[in-house]
Design a protein around this ligand. Structure first.
Ligand code: 13P
Length: 248
């Protein structure tokens, strides 16, 4: 049985003081549900959030990691550094990193391997651009991303994977994929995993939808059979909105 995962992706928002104020608000609202909640925050907030959410059931995630064990990589953060402070999840391959920071399927693949060597669960983002969708290539693009991103990663690791289907045209645009479009792609992702691995493995993978998820549309998205959660950007910045989504 997959437990739904609602994760906030704060992107480059919130100072430490703002993050702690959010945590205090969410702690009052969050009573624990059948849904796993997590906040993926900027690096500078992670340690404080792990402390603030201790004992509440709310997990903490990073938004990026380097694939090397350690080394001369100015400005980067390693998986061991994140593990040491108690981080549970790490987003890998978000479209904003692919677009602005030269993230490729090759670096995504290396990062996933590094995380799977430790205890942090990756949230792998895949998704097509508007141009690719309009050209009828959305399914091919996502299939190619999965093949490249998961190359050489075995089934035991994949069982711990979270995949977020984030169509680029729906991120921060207010233009949500319809629940049917999201469902169709999440089902396609699972059938691709069955082909790449096997049914038991694919069954364990949490598949989220991300892109303009907000309180007003969370219920219809989360009620789709093939959608196991959401990766929420803008609407995760306010504790009340995020809580409404968790409570879909
Ligand atoms: P929005 O919810 O702001 O569209 O962002 C989605 C996203 O990129 C989550 O990773």
């Amino acid at each position: 049985m997959r437990i739904p995962l609602i994760a906030g992706n704060w992107k480059m928002f919130k100072t430490k003081a703002e993050a702690l104020a959010f945590a205090e608000e969410l702690k009052v609202l969050y009573k624990g549900t059948d849904v796993q909640a997590a906040i993926c925050a900027p690096f500078t907030n992670l340690e404080a959030l792990v402390e603030a959410f201790r004992g509440t059931g709310v997990k903490v995630g990073a938004q990026n990691v380097h694939f090397a064990e350690e080394g001369a990589y100015t400005g980067e953060i390693s998986a061991a550094m994140l593990e040491e402070i108690g981080v549970d999840f790490c987003i890998v391959g978000h479209s904003e990193r692919r677009q602005y920071f030269a993230e490729t399927d090759e670096t995504v693949n290396k990062k996933l391997k590094k995380l799977f060597a430790g205890s942090i669960r990756p949230i792998l983002c895949v998704g097509e651009s508007l141009e690719q969708r309009d050209a009828g290539k959305a399914f091919d693009i996502v299939k190619e991303q999965l093949a490249a991103d998961l190359g050489g990663i075995d089934a035991e690791c994949v069982k711990k994977l979270v995949i977020a289907y984030e169509p680029i045209w729906a991120i921060g645009t207010g233009r949500t994929a319809t629940p049917e479009q999201a469902e169709e792609m999440c089902a396609f992702i699972r059938s691709t995993l069955i082909a790449m691995y096997d049914e038991d493995t694919a069954d364990e993978v949490i598949i989220q939808y991300g892109g303009s998820v907000k309180p007003a549309n969370a219920t219809e998205i989360m009620n789709m059979d093939e959608i196991d959660g959401a990766l929420v950007g803008g609407a995760s910045l306010k504790a009340e909105d995020f809580m409404e989504i968790i409570d879909f």
